[in-house]
Design a protein around this ligand. Structure first.
Ligand SMILES: *[C@@H]1O[C@H](CO)[C@@H](O)[C@H](O)[C@H]1NC(C)=O
Length: 362
């Protein structure tokens, strides 16, 4: 069971697999704020540049219904009917870093295109494009899954975001988060300006996709309103297109471990590496936009991609003996091996579920 870490005893790895499998319907399969035995997060520990016009890569897994298809434009996320919420989620985590997503937002009332960075203890940094308005992007952050205050969301300018490809960037260090649109910083959140104990600071997966926030059959009224729905599926299908993603991890190492339940970045250990050692090394933005206005209080939805897409857990990782390439492909370190890593991921998941089945039968 090399999937949860190199030195982990087999019994622990099996237990971790069970936990991941049994709770696959929740956003976080093990919350490090309440448990000290959560599986380590597989670290990216480097920078990758994924060109989706060349097809899919195995460092991102698809989920959520609907389709992700690949063509000369890149990866297309299509919402055609109720329940569709196609998304790609990274199998790796970054601990501070920079994400640059080049994309076209999906059109349509109540359709939401989303880029979410999210940690196992539910820190979150978002960008969301509402299909009802192609002139702006909503930027947002959450800490430790708390939604008690709703002053974090802002709408920032992003003109014609359904017509052409624009590169959106989230640059995240211990000191500040910068959101950029086409090379222009549209928002900066300093650590000290975040709500108390709410600054995102734990290892995050990167997820993006499209969903129907305006689907009245699956969403609460507040969500439909926020998404400027209702969604009229007969007007669809609605597609978001992602050309490429560049992800730079500002930390190094093979995995990230929560050493206590504080959720503080100082408590995160980079195994075989160092936290934040490459902070700020991503390309710098070229300009800064004028200050943006904060949204009114109720216009924010945490865990951005719709509930039907919430099935992705941290259970997929980079198997030991396999390595990440600069183009985001996970390949065997030994060039002789031919089995794709998905085989191991699938095998472990199937084994885990089978094991749960056996336990339930007893
Ligand atoms: C968590 O770990 C950090 C780093 O070792 C330490 O500074 C902090 O006091 C610890 N917090 C708790 C609540 O144990």
């Amino acid at each position: 069971m090399h999937f949860f870490g190199h030195q982990r005893p087999a019994s622990l790895a099996i237990a971790a697999t069970l936990a991941a499998c049994a709770s696959a319907q929740t956003y976080t399969s093990c919350n490090p704020l309440t448990s000290t035995s959560c599986p380590a997060n597989t670290a990216l520990g480097m920078a990758i540049n994924v060109d989706f016009t060349k097809g899919s890569v195995n460092s991102f897994t698809a989920s959520g219904g609907g389709t992700v298809s690949y063509g000369s434009d890149g990866a297309t996320f299509t919402v055609s009917e109720s329940g569709d919420a196609p998304q790609l989620s990274s199998v790796f985590y970054i601990m501070f870093g920079r994400v640059e997503l080049t994309m076209k937002a999906a059109p349509g009332a109540g359709i939401v295109s989303t880029l979410v960075m999210q940690s196992d203890d539910l820190d979150e940094i978002d960008m969301e494009w509402l299909g009802a308005d192609d002139s702006e992007v909503q930027t947002n952050y959450f800490g430790k899954g708390q939604t008690i205050t709703y002053n974090r969301g802002q709408f920032n300018p992003a003109a014609d975001n359904q017509a052409g490809f624009i590169t959106y960037t989230i640059d995240w260090t211990a000191a500040r988060i910068e959101w950029s649109v086409g090379g222009t910083v549209v928002r900066t959140l300093a650590y000290e300006d975040a709500d108390t104990d709410q600054y995102p600071q734990t290892p995050m997966q990167v997820k993006f996709g499209a969903w129907a926030g305006g689907d009245t059959s699956t969403n609460a009224e507040g969500t439909v309103e926020w998404a400027r729905g209702p969604t009229v599926f007969s007007d669809g299908p609605f597609s978001m297109v992602v050309q490429s993603i560049v992800v730079s991890d500002y930390s190094t190492g093979s995995s990230y471990v929560y050493t206590n339940t504080s959720g503080d970045w100082q408590s995160i250990e980079a195994v075989d590496g160092e936290v934040g050692v490459n902070s700020g090394t991503g390309a710098t933005a070229t300009a800064t936009a004028t200050a943006s206005t904060a949204t009114s209080s109720n216009l924010a939805v945490p865990a951005g991609i719709g509930s039907s897409a919430s099935t992705t857990t941290a259970s997929s990782t980079i198997p030991s003996g396999w390595v990440m390439t600069a183009s985001g492909k996970i390949v065997p370190a030994s060039s002789n091996a031919t089995r794709p890593p998905q085989f191991w991921i699938l095998a472990t998941q199937v084994f885990g579920c089978f094991f749960v089945g056996l336990l339930l039968l007893q």
